[in-house]
Every structure is written in structure tokens, then in C-alpha cells.
Design a protein around this ligand. Structure first.
Ligand code: FAD
Length: 508
């Protein structure tokens, strides 16, 4: 075999969000007219059925696939998401917003949060999020897409989507099948491996059919049929930092107003998500089973719904962590088969997207050279670790001591990488940002300040600016956001005007 033995058959195992995202992207970027792309899934097993909130990079995934936003929103009963509201996280009764997009504007190269830090007491400034277009719009229940005109406050707005996970997989399936992906229905019972190399050569279905391939993308969910089961790549457990291990999920009736953001409300041993869609609201309670039993977890979830439940709560158990390697031999795991970090910042679908783009960048030939594999594994390990630290921050930086769970997470040891970040921020508000860190400075600032990590000082460079000029600019900025928000349609009006799902037209 030489470097020019291209992959002839790519097999995707699993048809959840990960499987169909991979299939859709492969049909767009890997179809050379000869390569076969096949996907195997089992309707009987089904999908995990959650995963409905996203972050802004999903816009670029859709754009690369040539997906029209309004078609996409209509087909998936989607709504727009300007950020996440965190209730009861820093302390009971407190709330803050983690908005997408930027916060304020840097002045002559000085980061906005340093300027805010310098003037916050002197000029009696409100929370830093008053200077976020996303927060101002979210508070008013408004939505409009970002603008490419840098003079418009809308250029500072970032957004993502909430969508129905089942409809999203269906949408991508139609896209992928139209692009030539061949789907096989059936339950996989095992895998064949080459005796010498250990490479997977085929998956074997319960009815005896064999589906052979050169490269396998394992999207089989928590089962991890190929990477975990066939190849035995160990799971690196992160529950010492992320102890939540169970979720109950339940849909409820849609209520008004249609909020343009996700809400995360902390409870006694975890937190509850609220994701507004066009046709219903998605809810779930993520908690630590060592501190709360199932009955109480379910009751807590149901008693915090703002509309009638539309089904029985469904239990999902998990362990936070990641496989030691996400690419082993000729198998790459995408989605839950590779690892899972609780959905507090809606990062799992993004990790699938990142995995796809890095895999396509390093797309191998039949040998799957070690250099490509190792680089993929290094980059993906890094991505998981950055996200882990960001999520752990939400637990560690709490003043809550009302339950044993909150006392435990508040006092737990944290990864050194996060400890350094918190210490630096506490000193003079500096954000230590590593290359390729998914979350940018405004995200770290919003969560650190939102959870009451207040810097002792500010960066000396802020003193080089002219104070009067800066104060005048601050007043103009906040006025601009408020005026812009007034001109925007409500979230529900925007959807009704441009992208109402056909099934909702009767209710409009
Ligand atoms: P699955 O959806 O489980 O799909 C697995 C596929 O493999 C299915 O098609 C199944 O039929 C198939 N399969 C398995 N075994 C076999 C077999 N033997 N034979 C044939 N086929 C088989 N992510 C976000 O980005 N935002 C969120 O808000 C979010 N919320 C979440 C909430 C919870 C409680 C959980 C647990 C996860 C959440 N996630 C979220 C993560 C998100 O749900 C997943 O990343 C996403 O759905 C991808 O799942 P998957 O495709 O890897 O697995």
C-alpha cells in the first residue's frame, strides 16, 4: 500500500446528530465521484434524542454545506439563541448572562473589560453585560441577525440556534442522501478486524450482513461500538471535576414570550436547562446521583417547568470524560462515542463539528499514517480540555453553600490550567487564552464576573487612555445598544416573518 491508496469506502456507524453531520459533510467534501459513503443505523436502538442548543460556530458549518438559514430554521422548528442565562449559579437568587458576540469595544488596543474594570465604580457602570448587544436584545426579547457593517451595533451580536434534535438529524439525512450517501438499516452485532494490523475491516449486522470499509467513523453514541468496544480505547473519567452523572429530559408546552436564549437554573445538586423551540420547550435536569435520588431529581424538574409536560421524563446516565485517543487505527469517534462533557455551554455538537473539520483536514489514505492520527488526537484532546475547564469554572466559582453538592464543588481541586486562569483574572482581570481555545475573551469575562470573580485591579495600559474621552464613548456605546434593541423585532415576530415552521403557521 502506498500514500496514493485513497479511502474507497467510508463507513459511518450511527445515525444520530454525529452520524448525520458527518455524512452530510462527507457528501459535500469527500465525494470524489468514486468514493462510497455509507451510514448504518438502527431505528430500534434510536438516538439519545437530546442536544438541542448550539453555539455560534454552527453557522459556519451550515454555510460550508450551503444550507439556507431560513429553510433550516423552518425544517427543525428552530429558534435563535443569543446566549445563556445562568440563574442561581454564583449565589442563590443571582443571575447573569453569558452572551455570544463581543462585549463593548476595545479602545486603542485596550481590552474593553479592562476599561470597564477601571471605571465601574467611579462612573457607577452597570454590569459589563450592559455593553453587550446580545444581552440588551435578549433582555428585551428581541432578535435580528448580525450585521457585517462594523458601524452597526449588530456587528457585535453573535447567535446560534435551538433546534429539535430529531428534526435536525432528519434534515441532515435528506441532505446527505441527496448527496449520494447510502443508508443501511440494521443492528450491528460486532466488527471484523484485520488479524495483522487490527484495523476494522467490516461491521457485522445481526442478520449476518457485513458492511466493509477502509475508514470507519464511530458515531454509535455512548455505546462506542468501534472505538470503545472493538478497539478497547480506554475512557478518561473526569468526574472528579464534573461529578454530575445523570439527566432527566422532558419536553413541555411552548409558552410566551419566546425567549431568544437558553436558561440554566442551578438546583440543589445540579442544574436545569430550558430550551425554547417553535413547537415546544425542551427541559432537562442534570444532576449528581450521589447527592440526589431519582425521585427528587424528577420532581425538581417537573416542578420547575413553565408549561405542561408533554411526555414522561426520560433518564440518561453518563460519565464526564473523553477516550484517551479519538482516532485509533482506522476508526475515528465523533459525538458521544468519543467523550461527553455535560451540556452546560452547549458544546457537544460543536465538538462533533470540530472533529469533522479536523478529520477532513487530515483525511488519510488507507494506511492512516501515525502523523495524521497523532495530530488529530492532540488537537481534539486539547479542545476537550479547554471546554472542560470552562465548564468546571461554573461550579468552582460559586458562593453557594446551601447544599453538600455546592460545598463539594466549591471546595474541589481543579485542573492547574484553570487555576492559573482564575488567579490571573483575579489579579488584574487578565484572561489567559490558549491558542484554539473555543471560548474567547468575552465568554471568560462574562462567566468570571457573572460568578463574582472580581479582579483586584486592572491592566496598567488602561491608564494611558484619556479618561474623559473613554467615559463619553462608554455613554454613547450603551445608548447605541439600547436604541438598536428598540428597533429590532421581537424574537417571535422575527421568526413569524421569516422562518416559521410550516406546522406552526396555523398557530401564528
Ligand atoms: P446518538 O444520538 O446516541 O446516536 C447513536 C446512533 O448510533 C444512533 O443512530 C443509534 O441507532 C446508532 N447505534 C448505536 N448502536 C448501534 C448498533 N448496535 N447498531 C446500529 N446502530 C447503532 N449537545 C449540544 O451541543 N447541546 C445540547 O444542548 C446538548 N444537550 C445534551 C443533554 C444531555 C442530557 C445529553 C446526554 C447530551 C446532550 N448533548 C448536547 C450532546 C448531544 O446530544 C450529542 O452530542 C449529539 O446528540 C450526538 O449524539 P450521537 O450522534 O453521538 O449519539
Amino acid at each position: 500500500m502506498n500514500a496514493h491508496s485513497p479511502i474507497e469506502t467510508l463507513v459511518i456507524v450511527g445515525g444520530g446528530t454525529a452520524g448525520w453531520m458527518a455524512a452530510a459533510a462527507a457528501s459535500r467534501f469527500l465525494d470524489d465521484g468514486r468514493r462510497k459513503i455509507v451510514l448504518v443505523e438502527s431505528e430500534e436502538i434510536g438516538t439519545v434524542g437530546v442536544g438541542e442548543a448550539t453555539i455560534p460556530p454552527i453557522l459556519s458549518f451550515n454555510a460550508k454545506l450551503g444550507i439556507d438559514e431560513q429553510d433550516f430554521v423552518r425544517a427543525t422548528q428552530a429558534t435563535f439563541k443569543l446566549g445563556i442565562e445562568f440563574v442561581n449559579w454564583g449565589g442563590l437568587g443571582e443571575s447573569y448572562m453569558h452572551p455570544f458576540g463581543s462585549i463593548g469595544r476595545d479602545f486603542d488596543g485596550v481590552a474593553f473589560h479592562q476599561i470597564w474594570g477601571k471605571f465601574r465604580e467611579r462612573a457607577k457602570l452597570g454590569p459589563i453585560t450592559d455593553f453587550s448587544m446580545g444581552c440588551v436584545a435578549a433582555a428585551a426579547g428581541k432578535f435580528a441577525p448580525s450585521s457585517s457593517d462594523p458601524r452597526s451595533p449588530l456587528s457585535q451580536l453573535g447567535y446560534a440556534y435551538h433546534f429539535d434534535a430529531g428534526l435536525y438529524a432528519r434534515f441532515l439525512r435528506d441532505y446527505a442522501e441527496a448527496g449520494g450517501v447510502v443508508r443501511h438499516e440494521g443492528k450491528i452485532a460486532g466488527a471484523e478486524q484485520d488479524a495483522k494490523t487490527g484495523f476494522v475491516t467490516a461491521v457485522v449486522l445481526e442478520d449476518g450482513r457485513q458492511i466493509a470499509g477502509d475508514l470507519f467513523i464511530d458515531c454509535s453514541g455512548f455505546r462506542s461500538l468501534l472505538l470503545g468496544q472493538a478497539l478497547g480505547v480506554p475512557y478518561h473519567d473526569w468526574s472528579e471535576w464534573l461529578p454530575c452523572d445523570t439527566a432527566f429530559a422532558v419536553p413541555s408546552e411552548r409558552t410566551a414570550p419566546l425567549l431568544p436564549y437558553t436558561r440554566s437554573t442551578a438546583h440543589g445538586a445540579g442544574w436545569q436547562w430550558r430550551i425554547p423551540l417553535q413547537h415546544r420547550t425542551g427541559n432537562g435536569h442534570v444532576y449528581c446521583s450521589a447527592f440526589m435520588d431519582e425521585d427528587e431529581a424528577c420532581r425538581t424538574l417537573l416542578s420547575h417547568l413553565d408549561g405542561a409536560a408533554l411526555a414522561e421524563p426520560r433518564k440518561i446516565a453518563f460519565t464526564a470524560g473523553v477516550r484517551d485517543r479519538l482516532w485509533e487505527k482506522n476508526v475515528i469517534a465523533l459525538g458521544l462515542s468519543g467523550g461527553f462533557i455535560e451540556p452546560l455551554e452547549s458544546t457537544s455538537i460543536h465538538l462533533i463539528q470540530t472533529g469533522i473539520s479536523k478529520l477532513f483536514w487530515l483525511f488519510p489514505d488507507k494506511r492512516c499514517s501515525a502523523v495524521e492520527r497523532d495530530e488529530y488526537n492532540r488537537m481534539m484532546r486539547e479542545q476537550f480540555a479547554y471546554i472542560r475547564d470552562f465548564i468546571v469554572l461554573h461550579y468552582k466559582a460559586t458562593a453557594r453553600d446551601d447544599t453538600p453538592f455546592w460545598r463539594m464543588v466549591r471546595d474541589m481541586a481543579i485542573p492547574d490550567s484553570l487555576a492559573r486562569k482564575i488567579d490571573l483574572f483575579r489579579e488584574k482581570g487578565r484572561i489567559l487564552r490558549y491558542d484554539h481555545d473555543l471560548f474567547d475573551i468575552p465568554s471568560w469575562v462574562a462567566v468570571m464576573l457573572g460568578q463574582n470573580i472580581i479582579p483586584d485591579g486592572y491592566d496598567a495600559v488602561a491608564d494611558a487612555l484619556d479618561d474623559e474621552r473613554v467615559l463619553a464613548a462608554l455613554r454613547t456605546l450603551s445608548g447605541n445598544y439600547a436604541e438598536q434593541a428598540q428597533r429590532m423585532p421581537s424574537h417571535a415576530e422575527y421568526i413569524a416573518r421569516f422562518c416559521l415552521a410550516p406546522a406552526m403557521e396555523a398557530h401564528a
